[in-house]
Design a protein around this ligand. Structure first.
Ligand SMILES: *Cc1c(COP(=O)(O)O)cnc(C)c1O
Length: 372
């Protein structure tokens, strides 16, 4: 029998596309004694978490909670509660996660019309409008901050457009919630989901979800029950906010984490938090340009929490990431799909968005590339 060493993972500065550094107060909160999933104190924390999530999402939606699972569980949950086989959906595919949305909807039997664009641009209002007009879909699903490209999709007027055709607007806010302005009610969005490990300063494991009354009414009109019991929003709502009927054994340490992460969001204030992400992103952008590196996305469309930078000609992109990890303890991400080998992805998310982290990464990258 082998001797198994005591767990001792290395320190890493997580500056990739997620997960991001866990805030020390969140780390401490997770070490608190566990509680049963029906304990009055845990139920109180769930109710407060729901209220804090309404603040983070900027919504009055009653059905606002977190499903157990990562951001993908949030995606499966929102699509799965709505879609019945044969439903028509328009999906914006501006990168890897837009493609995921489309694939998931198809797996659920939806007939999907993809609105595509080059990886590094936003979808554009007119192509979306044309597709919606043609399809009159049950729902339109788009990604707010496309983590594979670093592009922030402008949300102006999309809600109005979608509702003109009696459709519902679904928005993936996994990389933007807590890091860039997400305003669900002002956007007139009907459903949004996120993940705990991007800009909320928590480890992965809970996926915030919010849905409008319009969305809930559409779910009520289904002719078949929601296929997933685990992700059934009305059952989850009953457990979180209703008579607390047992649904599943939610992880108390993860609830503590999300509650503390969101409490910190509230304490900092959303406007200040967005400004912090923005100003640290600008420090990074300017620093990368000083190193002679080229950013992949025009400044006006950049996601503040996720920067994509082009790999210079003749540089082995993977070797740079390995050196950053092994010699400097810093993690950044690689490109996906058509951008594989062409870009690096640098996240300044949540607690990771700090000037000191920007300075460290720029210094390390400068040394590795011999540009310091
Ligand atoms: C990370 C991410 C997801 C998936 O989240 P997981 O936590 O990895 O399941 C979905 N959409 C976007 C835009 C993301 O950045």
């Amino acid at each position: 029998m082998t001797d198994f060493a005591e767990l001792n993972p290395p320190q890493r500065l997580l500056l990739g596309p997620g997960p991001s550094p866990v805030h020390p107060q969140v780390q401490r909160a997770m070490a608190a004694p566990s509680l049963g999933h029906l304990d009055p104190e845990l139920l109180r924390l769930l109710s407060e978490t729901s209220e804090l999530l309404r603040y983070a999402f900027q919504t009055k939606n009653e059905l606002t909670l977190a499903v157990s699972g990562t951001g993908m569980a949030g995606m499966e949950c929102v699509l799965g509660n709505l879609i019945e086989p044969g439903d028509r959906l328009v999906v914006g595919v501006a990168g890897f996660f837009g493609a995921r949305l489309a694939e998931l909807a198809e797996r659920m039997g939806a007939r999907v019309r993809r609105v595509e664009c080059e990886w590094g641009r936003d979808l554009g209002f007119d192509p979306l409008a044309a597709a919606i007009k043609e399809e009159t879909p049950k729902a339109v699903a788009i990604v707010h901050a496309e983590t594979s490209t670093g592009v922030l999709q402008p949300m102006d007027e999309i809600g109005e457009l979608v509702h003109r055709y009696d459709s519902l607007l679904i928005v993936d806010c996994v990389t933007s919630l807590g890091g860039a302005p997400v305003t669900i009610d002002a956007w007139d969005a009907d459903a949004a989901f996120s993940g705990s490990q991007k800009c909320l300063g928590c480890p992965s494991g809970l996926a915030p979800v919010t849905v409008s009354e319009r969305f809930r009414n559409a779910v009520k009109k289904r002719t078949t029950p929601v296929h997933s019991f685990y992700l059934d929003l009305e059952l989850l709502c009953r457990y979180w906010l209703g008579d607390h009927l047992y649904h599943h054994t939610i992880s108390a340490p993860l609830v503590y984490a999300l509650h503390e992460g969101l409490r910190l969001v509230k304490e900092e204030g959303l406007v200040d938090r967005w400004a912090r992400h923005r100003s640290n992103a600008e420090l990074l952008w300017n620093g990368l340009e000083r190193l002679g590196l080229e950013l992949h996305v025009p400044r006006v469309r950049r996601v503040p929490s996720l920067t994509t930078v082009r790999v210079p000609d003749g540089v082995d992109e993977a070797a740079v990431r390995v050196k950053l990890r092994d010699d400097y303890g810093i993690e950044i991400g690689a490109g996906l799909g058509p951008l594989k080998g062409k870009i690096w992805r640098i996240g300044l998310m949540g607690h990771g968005s700090q000037p000191a982290n920007v300075a460290l990464l720029l210094a390390a990258l400068g040394q590795i590339l011999g540009r310091d």
